[in-house]
Design a protein around this ligand. Structure first.
Ligand code: T3D
Length: 266
């Protein structure tokens, strides 16, 4: 485990876990945390030993959004600040060539809610919750909430959640499609690791291309999606993973998609 003051980093079985580490502030984000998290994500992207990235929080919170004690006197406009910190972070997550799991262990509020929604897979602890809290301090949802949320729950429910800042608890989050799985609090870390290891055993190149295809399809037309699928399918079909998957099927054995990290085309 390596640890800066704000992000603890741990890697096991191809899973890199990045833990927001300001528990006494419910992991509210200051600039140091935002920049360190973005740096750690970029490092994970280029590290061939990492196949899946997990973002979670230390203590009882996931992330309470912007640290409200860290705003005044920072010498930047809101626009400049978002462009320098939150926006690169969210763009990095969405463009990362590996699956990102947001493991929401506790409350996710404001930009912390946006962060919770930004993962490719969202796993929640039973006691986790999400609050589009921005309107409580008369701000606009940011860090991608206005993009993620209406795509998940529709315009009207998104507006209601943003206007009233009501807390959404895990069972409702699962029903609304804000997360894929809810795990018990007391086994959450182990359940997340087991889920992530399952994902890490899947074909990494194919998942990277799948992420690219879905990202493009979220903003494009059917015609564009068909063209992009045809382009990306060639890249998948030319990769050794495809040959391994087909051989494994014919030989009636499990496919082995994880090779030695030193192997040239891993
Ligand atoms: O560029 C820009 O700046 C714009 C970007 C904006 C992005 C945003 O995220 S705006 C939204 C900012 N976040 C908030 O407004 C959330 C504020 N926090 C809360 O509403 C509540 O804390 C929660 C609903 C998240 C949790 O409530 P609860 O009752 O479980 O915990 P608590 O007692 O309120 O908080 C525990 C401690 O964490 C407490 O400190 P203390 O009293 O024990 O010393 C509290 O002050 C601290 N804390 C919680 N959230 C923040 C925070 N400290 C600084 N900033 C926070 N956001």
């Amino acid at each position: 485990m390596t640890q800066t003051s704000v992000i603890a980093t741990h890697t096991r079985a191809g899973v890199r876990t990045l833990t927001l580490n300001r528990p006494d502030r419910l992991n509210a984000a200051n600039d140091e945390l935002l920049l360190a998290l973005t740096d750690e994500l970029r490092a994970a992207d280029t590290d061939s030993a990492v196949r899946v990235v997990v973002i979670t929080g230390a203590g009882r919170g996931f992330c309470a959004g912007q640290d409200l004690g860290d705003v005044s006197g920072r010498g930047m406009t809101f626009t400049e600040h978002l462009n320098a910190t939150y926006n690169p972070l969210i763009r990095t997550i969405r463009a990362l060539g590996k699956p990102v799991i947001t493991a929401v262990n506790g409350v996710a509020a404001g930009a912390g809610a946006s962060l919770a929604l930004s993962g490719d897979i969202r796993l929640w602890a039973q006691s986790a919750s999400l609050i589009e809290v921005f309107s409580n301090i008369a701000l606009v949802p940011d860090s991608g909430s206005t993009w993620f949320l209406p795509r998940l729950v529709g315009y009207h429910r998104a507006f209601e959640m943003m206007a009233l800042a009501d807390r959404v608890r895990a069972d409702d989050a699962l029903r609304l499609g804000l997360c894929e799985q809810v795990f018990p609090d007391d086994t959450f870390a182990q359940d997340v690791q087991a889920y992530a290891e399952r994902l890490a055993a899947r074909p990494a190149n194919a998942l990277n291309l799948t992420k690219q295809a879905l990202n493009a399809a979220m903003t494009g037309t059917l015609d564009q999606a068909l063209d992009e699928e045809a382009r990306l399918q060639q890249l998948a079909g030319d990769h050794w993973e495809h040959e391994e998957g087909v051989s494994a099927f014919k030989e009636k054995r499990p496919a082995q998609f994880v090779r030695d990290v030193n192997s040239p085309d891993q």
